[in-house]
Design a protein around this ligand. Structure first.
Ligand code: GLN
Length: 202
C-alpha cells in the first residue's frame, strides 16, 4: 500500500536515534536520506523526522550548521514533520524553565524536559493513540511530556498517567516516546498518511 505513492523523507541525522527511524520508514516503503549539513537539506523531500537524542545538542548544531532557518521555514510552510522525544522539545514553543534557547518553536505546546525525573525517566507501557490505535508500544527514555497544548489548533493524541505524550498540529506530530524502537509501525504509518495527504494536495 505504501509503495503506491513514492515519498522521500529527510531524517535529521546530527545526533541521536535517527537510524532506527530510517529503518522503519524504509520498511514501510519510503525513501529516506540523512540531513547532516546544509547542502543535504536542499534535496527533494516530502517530510522531515527529528529524532530523539539530546535536544540542546541538536538545537546548537542546527544553528551552527545554518540549518535552523531553512528547517523552520519549511515547517512553517507546511512540510510534514515528526518529532520524537528531543524532536518534540525542539518543536515546542515553550519549554518550562528554558526560555533562552532558540528552538524551532512551531508547535503550540508547553513541555517539561526530563519530566519523569532521573529514576523514572525510562519506562515502557502500551496505550491508546487517537487516530492510530490501541496498545501502542511506548518506550520512554529520559522523556519529556507535554504539560499543556496552548492553542486549539494543537490536539493531544495520547495521555499516559495524566500527561500528554503525543500531539498533532496540522502536519506536525510529536511523541514523547520512541515508536522507532519497537516493532509496531502504526505511528510511522500514521505520519506517512499525513505526508501522503500533503503530497496529494501539492
Ligand atoms: N532528555 C532528552 C532531552 O531533554 C530527550 C531524551 C530523548 O530524546 N530520548 O533532550
Amino acid at each position: 500500500m505504501f509503495n503506491i505513492l513514492y515519498m522521500r523523507i529527510a531524517v535529521l541525522a546530527l545526533q541521536g536515534a535517527f537510524i532506527e527511524h530510517e529503518k522503519m520508514l524504509q520498511r514501510l516503503g519510503a525513501e529516506t536520506f540523512e540531513v547532516r549539513q546544509l547542502s543535504d537539506w536542499y534535496q527533494t523531500k516530502d517530510a522531515l523526522v527529528i529524532p530523539g537524542g539530546e535536544s540542546t545538542t541538536q538545537i546548537k548544531l542546527l544553528h551552527e550548521l545554518n540549518l535552523y532557518n531553512p528547517v523552520r521555514e519549511a515547517i512553517l510552510s507546511g512540510l510534514p514533520v515528526f518529532g520524537t522525544c528531543a524532536g518534540l522539545i525542539l518543536l515546542a514553543k515553550s519549554v518550562v524553565g528554558e526560555e533562552e534557547i532558540e528552538r524551532i518553536s512551531t508547535m503550540d505546546i508547553s513541555v517539561c524536559r526530563n519530566a519523569y525525573g532521573r529514576q523514572l525517566g525510562s519506562f515502557y507501557c502500551e496505550d491508546v493513540v487517537d487516530g492510530v490505535g490501541d496498545n501502542i508500544p511506548m518506550t520512554f527514555i529520559r522523556a519529556p511530556y507535554i504539560k499543556c497544548v496552548t492553542s486549539l489548533d494543537c490536539k493531544p493524541l495520547a495521555i499516559v498517567d495524566g500527561n500528554i505524550v503525543a500531539a498533532r498540529q496540522g502536519n506536525q506530530i510529536v511523541t514523547a516516546f520512541h515508536p522507532e524502537l519497537n516493532d509496531d509501525t502504526r505511528i510511522h504509518e500514521y505520519f506517512m498518511s499525513i505526508v501522503r495527504e500533503w503530497v496529494n494536495k501539492k
